[in-house]
Design a protein around this ligand. Structure first.
Ligand SMILES: [Mn+2]
Length: 183
């Protein structure tokens, strides 16, 4: 279990493999929707509970901190990374939007997000925070995450990206008896 507390937020994350009960609660409705989507498609259960301790601006800290705590929980889940499939990838359409995600859970933190998003706020979530969320997740989970997403509706673009990321993580986290020997 990860408990990450700063002056701004407190985030608790517990992850289990497989379809367990999943409970996600954050003060940012669109973030809650996206984290539920990501974990559902990654076949992960458990809980994510985020509270804001000090209100600063629209959602920034809590989105970043949920990304960091989720990344820490993923790192805890994969342990020494020697018995996971390591790589995963997915292409997900959502009506007119399309997202392509590739991940490497082998221990090399890197991130790249190519998506043109308007400077809008959806359900408390400023869209410029999406690349930042991916960066936080990649850095703490020590993963490489590449995201390319396009479309018209920003909700579809970001949601397709979370679905693809979940499906890619599910593959990368799958148990493998071919040990990861090179980084
Ligand atoms: Mn939606």
């Amino acid at each position: 279990m990860i408990v990450r507390e700063t002056k701004e937020t407190r985030v608790i994350v517990e992850l289990q493999r497989g379809e367990g009960r999943l409970s996600v609660s954050t003060p940012v409705p669109f973030l809650t929707h996206m984290v539920e989507t990501l974990l559902y498609y990654a076949d992960l259960g458990g809980r994510v509970e985020a509270v804001v301790l000090r209100e600063l601006d629209e959602g920034h800290h809590v989105i970043e901190d949920v990304g960091l705590a989720l990344g820490m929980a993923l790192a805890e889940l994969v342990g020494d990374r020697r018995s996971i499939a390591r790589y995963g990838w997915a292409i997900v359409p959502m009506d007119e939007a399309e997202a392509i995600v590739a991940v490497d859970m082998g221990g090399r933190p890197f991130w790249s997000v190519k998506a043109r998003l308007p400077s809008a706020v959806l359900g408390g979530y400023p869209l410029y925070m999406f690349p930042h969320f991916v960066r936080s997740l990649a850095s703490e989970s020590k993963s490489t995450i590449h995201v390319r997403a396009s479309g018209e509706d920003p909700h579809h673009i970001v949601e397709a990206a979370h679905k693809a990321l979940g499906l890619a993580l599910k593959q990368a986290l799958a148990p493998s008896n071919k040990p990861v020997t090179t980084k």
